[in-house]
Design a protein around this ligand. Structure first.
Ligand code: ZN
Length: 140
């Protein structure tokens, strides 16, 4: 399984994997209030690891900015399961539109593994960029 994820996939395989991630993210989209001060599920993310494992997460938005993004939640699930190398990422917002990770998530994901800057991210126009391309001139 690990070898499959690390091999360069052909165009059809790439499209299939990103579509699988997009659909998995859409499955956990579930915008809803949690309390007077918190909402969740308006953005969802799916990440694929080098071992071929898929993790999803949703955003949790709170008053006083204590919440976190869907990518953050998916990464936490991944780390909890003992993995930390991400090879592909897709995030979607309400209605299923693909959105790129915010700047904080780009940096956060890069710091979880020394090669996560190679993670491929699906963008809203259907193009794919690595985290390194989305996060030029990093602090380190
Ligand atoms: Zn974010």
């Amino acid at each position: 399984m690990k070898k499959q994820a690390e091999q360069k996939a052909g165009p059809d395989q790439e499209t299939f994997l990103f579509e699988k991630l997009r659909l998995s993210a859409c499955e956990v989209l579930n915008p809803r209030p949690l309390s007077k001060h918190a909402h969740a599920g308006s953005t969802a993310a799916a990440i694929l690891t080098d071992r071929g494992t898929l993790f999803t997460g949703v955003c949790i938005d709170t008053s006083c900015s204590m919440g976190f993004c869907a990518e953050h939640a998916a990464a936490a699930a991944m780390v909890t399961a003992g993995e930390h190398r991400i090879v592909k990422l897709v995030a979607v917002t309400e209605g299923g539109a693909v959105v790129p990770p915010c700047g904080r998530c780009r940096e956060f994901l890069c710091q979880l593994h020394d090669q996560n800057d190679r993670c491929e991210v699906l963008l809203g126009d259907g193009s794919v960029k690595t985290l390194a391309e989305l996060l030029p001139d990093r602090w380190n």
